[in-house]
Write a protein that binds this ligand. Structure first.
Ligand code: G3I
Length: 339
């Protein structure tokens, strides 16, 4: 990556010292991070759910520990996320919070105080922020609303306020809208919704620098439709970059669906599928950073989220359960080298 002026990185969780987890307390895991990564992102520890136990308090302990590790090892950081714009991903208290007699003022104050406080703590180490995460309903019905956005007066002004506040607090940082609209069939409405949101940001002069492509890929079983998917994806990325946005691959991994259980066959299918995606995506000069959402199959979130029907263990990341590099590692390296 470095020889191409690119940067590779990964998410990491916090974990207790010695725990067998995909986090900073596990030396077998941090060895992978140190070996491969120029940039880290906290998988969960900078979310409202973790930072805001109550409306009046912050708990920075675990996020601090991740940032300290990055600093000690000379790695940059991305920040994820200043606003995950869905009630189910906000702290539980958010849904029923009483914003008082002047909800617009109180809601705006809560959002701006949160963003200013988090940015002040982690600047300048965090050079790129997922200011807003997943605000677009993938079914095409528009933007989500939360208790906070209803108080402020709607999703649009809420997202705009988030970006404006972030720009003022971190003038030099890259500000990202991050979402999981992907290249697979069935994502048309989601991609259209994201384009509409990005157009709106430009019309209103909202300071957004880049689109975060989460890149949670899902193999489709055959290579048959891959050229069509690539063409579709190019159309989308052309539209995004045509509006002047940069791109970041923020959460790369591959859900190994519709592939045989045999690990060798599955790993090959995953690697080829990912290479086809990365070749298109990395052909855009607007893209410099590629971050994986964890580095070992042993700890990937996907196992818990969607286990395979045949009970075979998921193999979504670059390293297997025993920390050995898989064909996906080679595919990512080759795509970076070819970029
Ligand atoms: O740590 C607690 C544990 O103490 C408790 O016993 C257990 C019971 O539910 O929960 C544990 O916390 C879980 C946490 O992951 C750590 O494993 C949360 O419930 C669970 O909701 C959380 O899931 C995370 C999810 O975001 C929601 O925040 C995943 O780890 C994380 O990989 C996932 O990441 C998201 C990105 O932020 C946004 N894009 C999609 C991506 C994948 O869903």
């Amino acid at each position: 990556a470095r020889t191409r002026g690119l940067r590779f990185g990964s998410a990491t969780a916090w974990s207790a010292p010695g725990a067998d987890r995909g986090g900073i307390g596990n030396p077998r895991y941090t060895a992978l991070l140190e070996r491969d990564c120029g940039i880290l992102v906290a998988e969960n520890e900078m979310k409202w759910q973790r930072l805001r136990p109550t409306p009046a308090t912050f708990d920075f302990e675990r996020a601090d520990a991740i940032v300290a590790l990055a600093k000690a090892k000379g790695m940059a950081m991305r920040g994820h996320t200043l606003l995950w714009h869905q009630t189910k991903w906000m702290p539980r208290w958010e849904a029923t919070h009483d914003f008082g007699p002047r909800p617009a003022t109180a809601g705006a104050a809560m959002l701006t105080q949160h963003i200013q406080t988090v940015i002040a703590r982690y600047a300048p180490q965090v050079a790129s922020w997922d200011v807003v995460n997943e605000a677009v309903n993938p079914n095409g019905s528009g933007l989500y609303e939360t208790a906070l956005s209803r108080a402020i007066g709607g999703a649009e002004p809420t997202l705009d306020l988030a970006f404006r506040t972030a720009r003022a607090a971190a003038p030099g940082a890259q500000l990202v809208y991050n979402d999981y609209m992907s290249w697979e069939p069935g994502n048309d409405a989601h991609r259209a919704g994201v384009l509409k949101l990005l157009e709106g940001f430009r019309k209103r002069g909202t300071p957004v620098d880049a689109l975060g492509l989460q890149s949670h890929l899902v193999t489709q079983g055959t290579a048959g439709g891959i050229a069509g998917q690539q063409a579709e994806w190019r159309r989308f990325l052309d539209a995004v970059t045509g509006m002047g946005y940069k791109l970041v691959v923020t959460e790369f991994d591959v859900r190994d669906n519709r592939l045989p259980a045999d690990p060798a066959i599955r790993d090959r299918g995953v690697a080829d599928y990912a290479r086809a995606y990365l070749d298109v995506t990395l052909s855009y000069r607007q893209l410099r950073d590629v971050l994986a959402w964890g580095l070992s199959d042993r700890y990937s979130w996907i196992e818990g989220f969607e286990p395979r029907g045949d009970k075979a263990r998921r193999r979504p990341t670059l390293y297997d359960r025993d920390f050995r590099p898989k064909p996906l590692y080679g595919a990512v390296a080759a795509a970076l080298t070819a970029a």
